[in-house]
Design a protein around this ligand. Structure first.
Ligand SMILES: O=c1[nH]cnc2c1ncn2[C@@H]1O[C@H](CO)[C@@H](O)[C@H]1O
Ligand SMILES: [Zn+2]
Length: 331
């Protein structure tokens, strides 16, 4: 099968985990930022999280280097453009990219400048390539909460003009959801769709909470519903989209190896699973790689692939018009 030519949809990808290594070098030199090496291979290897990470926290340490060059509007715009360009070139037809606006303020940018820059880069790529996209704003769970409403307010100006949803990301502690109820309610009032990272590192109860307390329509990863019947049943009953990211899940030790990933069992039980990259550079992957790995490991047919593609269309935070366009790629 030619995996590269298959039409693809990626609903879970972090901008700062998906920066081209050469762009880190270029931007660091332009911005007089000192980086550990000028050698692209060395920079690449510093950015890729090893398969031997102990946990999610160790994986998340890989984001410091890319974030150091993502503090100017030009840098952010370029990185956004390049990510959509890379995805378009491997036939990703629809791409939802997420990032944490709070992480891009180290040189004084405000949230409007930050969000405006990612949207501008995306729109430049949409004009050049056959790809459509939207941004998701991720709030870091471990950060102070005093500016969350400011992020939501700034993003609201771009709602359905490049921004569609709100997410919680970063380290996952048991019981994190209750603290975020008022912020998620505020985002929903403004018109954001909701997806929440849950059941990745943490317990299945976090998925139950994300759906029941935060009204998550989709869940990032969600793997640990396997050990939690009530969470599993709720996801099934409400058709909550599971954004699986197989390579990332192995690196963070959410699963030991791909054959142990529950996505095939979920699929067979008619849970709405999607296949995604999470972090193209940090997880050293592409959508083509993720699709190939999953189809080969689990012996999925072309029909299975397009079933999953259709689930991604249904679960996308895209307009009806875009969804119709995406359905036209199914053969
Ligand atoms: O798999 C993940 N689980 C939880 N948080 C993540 C994952 N990948 C990246 N980030 C976090 O999201 C931030 C914004 O993009 C990144 O800086 C990283 O801290
Ligand atoms: Zn993620």
């Amino acid at each position: 099968m030619n995996y590269s030519s298959l039409p693809k949809i990626d609903l879970h990808c972090h901008l700062d985990g998906s920066v081209r290594p050469q762009t880190i070098i270029d931007l660091a030199n332009q911005q007089n930022i000192s980086i550990p090496s000028q050698d692209i291979n060395e920079i690449r290897s510093l950015m890729i999280a090893p398969e031997t990470c102990q946990n999610l926290e160790e994986y998340l340490m890989r984001f410091d280097l890319p974030l150091s060059v993502m503090q100017t509007q030009a840098g952010i715009e370029r990185i956004s453009f390049e990510l959509f360009e890379d995805a378009a070139k491997e036939n990703v037809k629809y791409f939802e990219v997420r990032f944490g606006p709070q992480l891009h303020q180290l040189q004084g940018l405000n949230f409007d400048q930050i969000i405006g820059s990612v949207v501008k880069g995306m729109q430049r790529a949409e004009a050049m390539y056959d790809i459509k996209g939207n941004y998701i704003l991720s709030i870091l769970r471990t950060f102070p909460k005093d500016n969350i409403r400011d992020v939501i307010d700034a993003g609201a100006a771009y709602l359905n003009k490049g921004v569609v949803a709100f997410d919680l990301a970063g380290a996952e502690l048991p019981g994190f959801c209750s603290e975020f109820i008022p912020y998620v309610e505020y985002a929903v009032e403004k018109g954001y769709r909701i997806t929440i990272h849950a059941g990745e590192q943490g317990v299945g109860q976090n998925v139950f909470d994300a759906v029941s307390m935060l009204n998550a329509e989709r869940v990032g990863h969600g793997i640990h519903i396997t050990g939690h019947q009530a969470a599993y049943d709720l996801v099934k009953q409400l058709n909550i989209g599971l954004e699986t990211c197989p390579s990332s899940n192995i690196q963070t030790k959410a699963v030991d190896k791909l054959s142990e990933h529950p996505l095939k069992a979920f699929y067979e039980d008619a849970l709405p699973i999607t296949i995604n990259t999470d972090n193209r550079t940090v997880s050293n992957t592409t959508m083509t790689d993720e699709v190939r790995k999953v189809m080969e490991e689990f012996n999925l047919s072309r029909e299975d692939y397009f079933n999953i593609y259709k689930i991604s269309v249904e679960q996308a935070f895209a307009s009806d018009e875009v969804k119709q366009h995406l359905m036209s790629f199914i053969d």
